[in-house]
Design a protein around this ligand. Structure first.
Ligand code: SAH
Length: 423
């Protein structure tokens, strides 16, 4: 909680004095860093780890906005606290004059929305990420737009606290039919929060909701689908991949609701196989193909199974495809899982290379932030050697423009893709 205190009570920092009112300053509890640990804060990295902290004011409650000071008492930044998390403070501002109040949140939301103006003006697309958490200066908050609906994820305690205010501001700014909350994500556990699904505003969302992406229509289950309902970060990559599908037999592995498949058929693919372990996703995929005017029986096939196993079986059986799309879920959730994830990426890519015709195209993705673009390329190299194929990278892909990468937060770069020609 913020409270009034006499100025002399809390700081002697020259930065602070220059911006303070003469007698009183709106102030809050203080976090003091260990000596020499202020570099990342000065570089505007939004995460402050427990190891960098020397002292937390006793009256600071988890979820409170706190000031961060260097070991010599210099004001550095302001953010919200949660002792339960390894990331104890998520920083919100580096401007001492900027209070974390309604104006602050409003300004950040307006900025994020302004950054999507080109998408908002596109009559062919009405689903995109409106607020991309840390990368939009709002750590812990994700907001996706699906037509008239908004879907919100509150990933941290600080955002959980601000949620009612944020919901009200989003209603004022976007006038949505409703706001769905999809805070059913594991990371909330690290913040001491339970998963939550429900409505933050408006009536229960219709299920499914229809959206448009580059003129293609998709049904999205906002309340029960994966993530917030649709993998919006692949919008551009679906289009780029489709350009190689004309006339071809396409395998869309890890297909979910068939996003890549609808694009491939629209680009003239002869046939698409959707392969996913989720029968619900495959079913939705079929409906999505029909919705776009394709015949799901004649032009496509849905296969329920484990990609690792099915690709192995097909390799034994001598199956061949002209295009293979590999868009697996996140394999590495922490540093300890990176080696295993690398083996899994190599495994499926190696199998896919075996299954491609000479001159075929592999569109392969990794959404594990801990697997760098460099490492991903090395994994592909290893797979190409083991497969005995010559593999050319013809396009490098990343996350869409509505999932911006903030330079001071390189962790925000998570999605990478390579389109390869396999000989
Ligand atoms: N390409 C999709 C998004 C894929 S998300 C799109 O454009 O929308 C990852 C998908 O992989 C999920 O649908 C999940 O059900 C599926 N999945 C995860 N592990 C799998 C496995 N081992 N075999 C098959 N599918 C799997």
């Amino acid at each position: 909680m913020m409270k009034w205190r006499p100025l002399y009570h809390f700081t002697t920092s020259p930065i602070h004095q220059s911006t303070a009112s003469p007698l009183y300053q709106y102030t809050m509890p203080t976090i003091t860093l260990k000596p020499g640990r202020e570099k990342s804060v000065r570089n505007r990295h939004p995460w402050l780890f427990s190891g960098a902290i020397q002292r937390i004011d006793r009256d600071a409650q988890d979820g409170d906005v706190v000031d961060v000071h260097s070991d010599i008492g210099q004001w550095l930044a302001r953010g919200y606290l949660n002792r339960r998390s390894q990331i104890q403070v998520r920083l919100l501002t580096w401007d001492a004059r900027e209070a974390i109040n309604e104006d602050f949140w409003l300004g950040r939301l307006q900025r994020a929305i302004a950054g999507r103006a080109a998408l908002a003006a596109d009559p062919q697309t009405n689903a995109y990420r409106l607020v991309h958490a840390e990368s939009d200066g709002v750590p812990g908050l994700v907001v996706d737009r699906y037509g008239d609906w908004l879907v919100v994820q509150a990933l941290t305690l600080g955002i959980e606290r601000a949620k009612p205010l944020l919901a009200r501001l989003l209603v004022e700014l976007c006038r949505p039919a409703g706001i769905v909350e999809r805070s059913d994500v594991d990371v909330r556990e690290k913040e001491g929060l339970r998963p939550l699904v429900g409505m933050l505003h408006g009536q229960q969302a219709a299920s499914p909701v229809e959206i448009m992406e580059h003129g293609r229509r998709f049904l999205v289950d906002l309340m029960g689908g994966q993530k917030t309902g649709f993998y919006l970060d692949q919008r551009e990559n679906r289009r780029r991949t489709a350009a190689y599908c004309q006339g071809g037999r396409v395998l869309n592995a890890f297909s979910y609701s068939g996003g890549f498949a609808a694009y491939a058929l629209a680009a003239g693919a002869a046939h698409v196989v959707n392969l996913d372990s989720s029968v619900d996703a495959l079913e939705l995929g079929e409906r999505n193909l029909a919705l776009n005017g394709f015949d799901p029986d004649a032009q496509a096939e849905g296969v329920a199974g484990d990609v690792f196993q099915v690709l192995r079986d097909w390799r034994e059986a001598g199956e061949r495809f002209d295009v293979i799309i590999l868009d697996p879920p996140k394999f590495a959730h922490n540093q300890q899982q990176v080696d295993r994830a690398a083996r899994a990426y190599k495994d499926i890519n190696l199998l896919a290379m075996h299954l491609l015709q000479s001159g075929g195209v592999l569109a392969t993705f990794s959404c594990s932030g801990l697997v760098s673009a460099d490492l991903f390329q090395k994994i592909l190299f290893g797979a190409s050697v083991d497969a005995g194929r010559n593999v050319q990278v013809i396009e490098r892909l990343s996350q869409g423009a509505d999932h911006p990468l903030l330079l001071s937060f390189p962790e925000g770069e998570y999605l990478k893709g390579l389109i390869c020609r396999v000989w």
